[in-house]
Design a protein around this ligand. Sequence first.
Ligand SMILES: NC(=O)c1ccc[n+]([C@@H]2O[C@H](COP(=O)([O-])OP(=O)(O)OC[C@H]3O[C@@H](n4cnc5c(N)ncnc54)[C@H](O)[C@@H]3O)[C@@H](O)[C@H]2O)c1
Length: 285
Amino acid sequence: MSDQLTIAVFGAGGKMGMRVSNNLAKSDHTVRYVENSPAGQERTRQAGREVTDSATALEGVDVVVLAVPDVALQPVTADLVPQLAPGTVVLTLDPAAAYANLLYPRSDVHYVVAHPCHPSIFLRRKNEAEYADTFGGIAAPQDVLAAYEGGDEAKRAAAEAVIRAMYAPVLDLHWVTVKQLAQCEPTLVETIACMVGSLLKESLHEAVHTMGVPEPAARAILLGHIQVALANSLQGDNPFSEACMIAMDYGRDKVIKEDWKDIFRDDELDKNLQAMLHLEQPISR
Ligand SMILES: NC(=O)c1ccc[n+]([C@@H]2O[C@H](COP(=O)([O-])OP(=O)(O)OC[C@H]3O[C@@H](n4cnc5c(N)ncnc54)[C@H](O)[C@@H]3O)[C@@H](O)[C@H]2O)c1
């Protein structure tokens, strides 16, 4: 594969499709944009990009980026992947469907999954644009986790070039297995980190509406303590005080179920994915 690739983005007018297309459009690659909803087509055109039909987009394509919903990946790959030339790279943006064995099986195409890490809360941001870019892909650098279980290093390199362009600016790209990517996303980051984020929001609501603390005061002390809690726990910046540790133990006893680490078991991951992908049958391995 040459350095200049031909890329087709499916779902180009969706949330991730717009983000990755905004970045790919700035690259030297030839990029085609496919989108089947009228609203998504309109967003694509509004951004100054042309909508291409699926068959034309697949002609001579090197890399297909599937920015479609995870629940659509089974029918979408069953439709598109048989049309691809041997050696094409098919890039999905979340491991759920790949780990659940829902992608159309074809041994002569190269499936790659790449999920953005989002900029670290400990990133040393340098300017306003980096502070404003909490999601990543605009100004703040982020890492990416990617999985490729084939052995063709030229295809891996081509995939990495596209991944770095579409999630730019990218610091490190960590190659993991599809299973490890699924263990991180959803278990580590959606089941735990995003759930804790929503718990913090509910706790703020309780402090204001049940306990009667003025909202600006509750918000100020919570946001500052979130930073301290994370810096102390994840970076070892400062020790928690003895009294704080007693309060933390009380919280753990009251809030956390004894068997919570079950979520890290394979069968629980499968149950979580089955629900996320709206599958009627358990995932077959
Ligand atoms: N939203 C996020 O924050 C986020 C973050 C990381 C990864 N992802 C992953 O990105 C992928 C896309 O998610 P999203 O949130 O952007 O979804 P979305 O629903 O916002 O967008 C999906 C787009 O795909 C289009 N589409 C559906 N079927 C199509 C087809 N056959 N051909 C062309 N277009 C089609 C839809 O019209 C829609 O515009 C998923 O795999 C998701 O897990 C999302």
